[in-house]
Structure formats: C-alpha cells, structure tokens
Design a protein around this ligand. Structure first.
Ligand SMILES: C[S@@+](CC[C@H](N)C(=O)[O-])C[C@H]1O[C@@H](n2cnc3c(N)ncnc32)[C@H](O)[C@@H]1O
Length: 295
C-alpha cells in the first residue's frame, strides 16, 4: 500500500502534471525514438531495411551480420547510381552517417543532413570529416548546388511538394535524385506513414523530373520484415505476456490498477507490429528504387 501513497497526494499530482507538460514537447524529427531503438540494435550506422539478394532466405537463418551485410549492399546499390562523381552529393535524412561515410570512402564529396540532434552528435564523434547540416530538408537554405541528392528511406518523412520544390532549387543541371523508400498503393491501410505512389508520380511530372531508372525491391527488403516479425512473435510478445502475468501473481492489486496502461501498451505493440507485418506490407506497399533526372 505504501507504493500507492504518491497517487493519493495532490502535490505529487501537480508535479506529475508539470513533468508531463515538460516531456510532451518531444519532437519526432529531432529525437526519433523508433530510429534510436534500431540504431542500438544494428551497429553499422544504417537505419534502412537493407537489400537481400536471396529473397527466399528463411528468417530463422538470418544472422545480425547478414542483416548488416544486406544494409551495406543496399548502400552500395545507391552509390552505383551516382553518375556525376566530381559534383557534390547531398545525403538527405542521413541517419547515423553510414551511407555518407561509404560515399566519402569512394572519394566523392558528400554532405549529410538530418534534423535529429542525436544523429548529428553520433556522426560528429564517429565520422569527423563529414560536413553536416542539422535541420529539416525543407528548411535548408544555401546557394550551393549538388550533382546528386539522395533520400535513402527518408522521403516518407517530408511533405512531397516541399521535398520536390527544395530538390529543384538545389540540383545542378542534369543532376540526379536517388530515392529509395516504400510507398503506399492505396489510401486505406494500417500504417499511413509513407507517401501514396500516385502522388509521388504526379509530383515527378509537375516538378519536371524524368524517371531514368526504377526497380521494385520489395522482395529484397522483405527478409528484414520477416526477421523482425519473427523476433517479435517469438520474444517480444511472450516476454510482454510473461511480465503482465508475473505482475498478476505477485502484485494483483497493481495489475488491477494498471489495466488501462496494459491495454495501451498492448495496442501500441499491435500497431507497430502490424506496420511491419510482411503480409500486410505486400498488400499495401511497394519498396521502390528510383533514379530521377532533371529534364
Ligand atoms: C529511416 S532513417 C534513414 C537514415 C539513412 N538515410 C539510412 O538510410 O540509414 C530516416 C532519416 O530521415 C530523417 N528525417 C526525418 N525527417 C526529416 C526531414 N524533414 N528532413 C530531412 N531528414 C529527415 C531522420 O532523422 C533519419 O535520419
């Protein structure tokens, strides 16, 4: 019962309210919790799905090393399409700097941009020679022009008209815009985080770009989805069940009082997992690799 006392104290309620106000200022673009979580799991400074050549690989046979190798292959595929290698590259939504670092290793001038402060600190410590911009793409102002702009799984975070109008200002004549991301095929669906494919095509035409190359790589990224899904089903959900049941047997009164919190956690996990469920992904989305050229 001693543990319940703070709940009955009005001063604690006031403190809780002020704590809540302070912490609800969380800005997704400058401190993205989901991306932070993935960055702790994978150690090669990349925050995308990777590219598996073996599309039928069994998720049970995928090692962390293979996942990281798939991410490197994904990055190498992008670098292959940088044609004007003497002109600077802008890596938009650079994450932890892994792709920019590989581009730099290929002796190509590159600048990395992300609104996320933690990512900037990480890159400053790890890749000291990288030129960095800590802001949203849509807010980036410069007179500099780039031969290639890259959005590696970052276009989905930016409103399409803002991304296209910014890219038009920054691109050199005959420059390239490499975009790799997933797109929604229709308006319904569990997860609305990505752009509608038809809206993307409309903007390509409206802003005067030409699709030079396009590849559907959905099947090549799906092993990652299956891998995460398998871990969720075999570890995350059983651990959650174990923790709730343990609480029920050890502290039934607390289990009773936290019913709403437990329901909230369960719903949140369900929502996050349905976004990466491989079957739902195939039904609702396509993961596409585009190389656009300015007309
Ligand atoms: C899924 S991560 C991809 C990271 C990296 N491109 C990679 O492939 O490893 C998405 C990135 O987009 C960034 N981002 C989110 N909103 C953005 C915006 N408005 N402008 C530029 N980057 C943004 C995130 O901070 C993060 O770095």
């Amino acid at each position: 019962m001693k543990k319940l006392l703070p709940l009955l104290n009005p001063i604690e309620w006031l403190k809780a309210f002020s704590f809540h106000k302070k912490n609800s200022k969380y800005k997704k673009s400058s401190y993205d919790l989901e991306l932070y979580l993935y960055s702790k799991m994978l150690k090669n400074d990349m925050l995308h799905y990777g590219y598996f050549e073996d599309i039928n690989i069994n998720p049970e046979n995928i090692s962390i090393k293979q996942l990281e190798m798939a991410q490197i292959l994904y990055a190498e595929n992008i670098i292959e399409y940088i044609s004007n290698r003497q002109d600077p590259v802008l890596d938009v939504g650079c994450g932890l700097g892994g792709l920019s670092n590989l581009i730099m290793k290929n002796n190509i001038e590159v600048e990395a941009l992300t609104p996320n402060k933690n990512q900037i600190h990480h890159i400053q410590n790890k890749f000291k020679n990288l030129t960095l911009h800590n802001l949203k793409f849509e807010n980036y102002k410069t007179t500099k022009k780039y031969g290639t702009i890259i959005n590696s799984e970052s276009l989905q975070y930016i409103k399409l008209h803002e991304a296209f109008s910014k890219a038009n200002k920054l691109i050199l004549p005959n420059g390239r815009w490499i975009i790799i991301d997933y797109f929604r095929l229709n308006k319904d669906g569990v997860n609305k985080s990505s752009h509608l494919l038809e809206d993307f095509h409309e903007k390509v035409r409206e802003y005067g770009w030409k699709i030079k190359y396009e590849k559907d790589i959905t099947n090549n990224i799906l092993p990652t989805n299956r891998f995460i899904n398998m871990y969720a089903e075999r570890f995350l959900i059983p651990i959650q069940h174990y923790a709730f049941e343990k609480l029920r047997y050890k502290k039934a009164w607390l289990y009773y009082l936290t019913k709403n919190i437990r329901t909230f956690i369960t719903k949140k996990i369900d929502k996050e997992l349905s976004a990466i469920n491989p079957d739902k992904f195939i039904n609702e989305k396509k993961y596409l690799f585009f190389v656009l050229e300015k007309q």
